[in-house]
Design a binder for this molecule. Structure first.
Ligand SMILES: [Mn+2]
Length: 466
């Protein structure tokens, strides 16, 4: 499918030339109780693998660590390095967002590069990032994030064929780079990928542009949601977000967050996500609220400065973002219904039963609370629950939940609002309440239009959102 030259994308990256007069960067690294080895591995890899003419300084921001070796021993150690390294301390536990803001404000390079504290930069990582920003300062760039095992520290190349997205719960997720983005780059995988969102840990941004678009939402606590917030903001307010495929930085992926959150992880992320949804997502915030009932009870504080920012910058609506930046989004731009799918005979509702990809969809007593019973019948005639689509691959078969592939095929359904039938187009069979063997497994059968094949698509109304 791809030419030989594309398969050699890495060696073609090696042959690229970059201008001499690239902007200089400060590297800002926030840490909290980081191990000595991983922190210093990050620092040394920046120093060893960046041209020093491009490196203004490294700013280490300590978010109130408790480990002794991160105090004076760290300061003494970095003093003898050949690049200026500053250690800045937060007075109290402040979280990633506020610590990064502090590091950024104390740094001086024209570009600010944020890195996690457990990274390894590879040779040639920096030049392609800075070159993009030199071309256009409203381009925000991420390297490809290579994977460093947290068990063995084995280094594995990350993929240039995935980009950043998000699901209805507003979790960041990697999804395959769609064909349209391959086409836009004419198959040249050394060209940057336009990505709808960033993972958040590693990116470079022009200092003035960072200010201009409103840095971070300082009303967000600790960690979580800030990466989607800055992603939406960049795109909606006229910038560009890219993964520069010729830049590689390794990152130790940990199985669980080592952070302790005052007040609990869940509540903080819910608060941050509510701020994100309320400021940037317009009516599409309903996808988040309906699939996460309970989140609407979380207080999200005052957002007037952020909605004011959106107005001042004349940022585009979220529908524009879905249409133009992320047409393969898990949130459909157009849809007929967002709510429950209720069987007329049994009065039960389709339910994903909290099952995962490649499992069967279930059916259960309707509770009207959203969550696992939320399905959207989209304008593309998919039946979606989050990023999974109802899919049937054999006659009379059970209905499976597969990753939505946007290719119609076995995921294409016709709804007849008069007969109330949901017709699986490929098999020309109708969705039926269940099969004989198992009353909890909806399946498709030849259409009879009897009551067990009749379905009501109803919008779920949200509990009062405040
Ligand atoms: Mn990390």
């Amino acid at each position: 499918m791809y030419s030989d030259s594309v398969l050699c994308s890495l060696c073609r990256c090696k042959n690229k030339l970059y201008p001499d007069n690239l902007p200089r960067t400060s590297v800002v690294i926030v840490f909290h109780n980081e191990a000595w080895s991983t922190l210093l591995r990050t620092v040394h890899s920046v120093i060893d693998r960046s041209p020093h003419t491009l490196l203004e300084e490294i700013v280490l921001v300590d978010d109130a660590s408790e480990r002794d070796f991160l105090k004076r021993p760290l300061e003494q150690y970095v003093r003898r390095l050949e690049v200026p390294v500053r250690v800045v301390r937060m007075e109290q536990r402040s979280g990633l967002i506020r610590a990064r803001l502090k590091g950024a404000s104390l740094s001086t390079g024209q570009v600010i590069t944020f890195l996690d504290a457990h990274c390894e930069c590879t040779t040639g990582w920096l030049e392609p990032l800075l070159a993009r920003i030199k071309q256009d300062k409203s381009t925000v760039v991420c390297p490809i994030i290579d994977v460093i095992s947290d068990d063995t520290f084995e280094y594995m190349a990350g993929s240039d064929m995935t980009y950043g997205g998000f699901n209805w719960k507003l979790n960041f997720r990697w999804y395959p780079v769609p064909q349209r983005e391959m086409d836009r780059r004419k198959g040249d995988r050394t060209l940057p990928v336009r990505t709808p969102t960033m993972a958040g840990g590693l990116f470079s941004i022009d200092r003035d542009y960072f200010q201009e678009i409103g840095t971070y939402d300082a009303g967000m606590d600790i960690w979580g949601g800030e990466n989607l917030e800055i992603s939406f903001r960049i795109w909606q307010c006229g910038g560009t977000l890219e993964i520069v495929t010729c830049s590689h930085v390794g990152h130790v992926f940990r199985k669980a967050t080592p952070y302790t959150f005052p007040g609990g992880t869940g509540q903080i992320i819910n608060k941050n996500n509510r701020r994100l949804a309320e400021v940037w997502m317009d009516e599409f915030k309903n996808f988040f609220y309906i699939i996460s009932p309970g989140v609407t009870k979380v207080d999200y504080g005052d957002i007037t400065s952020r909605t004011g920012l959106r107005q001042k910058l004349q940022c585009k609506p979220f529908s524009w973002y879905l249409e133009n930046v992320y047409p393969d989004s898990q949130i459909p731009r157009h849809y007929y219904s967002l709510g429950e799918i209720r069987n007329v005979e049994t009065n039960q509702c389709l339910d994903n039963m909290a099952r995962k990809e490649n499992e069967k969809v279930g059916i259960f007593n309707c509770h009207g609370m959203g969550g696992n019973q939320v399905f959207s019948y989209t304008a593309n005639k998919e039946i979606r629950t989050d990023d999974l689509c109802l899919d049937v691959s054999k006659l009379n078969g059970p209905v499976m939940m597969l990753k939505c592939h946007h290719l119609k095929g076995n995921q294409l359904w016709d709804y007849d609002p008069v007969k109330l039938s949901l017709i699986h187009v490929n098999s020309n069979q109708c969705l039926d309440k269940a099969n004989e063997e198992d009353s909890q497994v909806p399946c498709v059968k030849d259409c009879t239009h009897t009551r067990s094949q009749q379905w009501l698509l109803r919008n779920v109304t949200l509990p009062e959102v405040f």
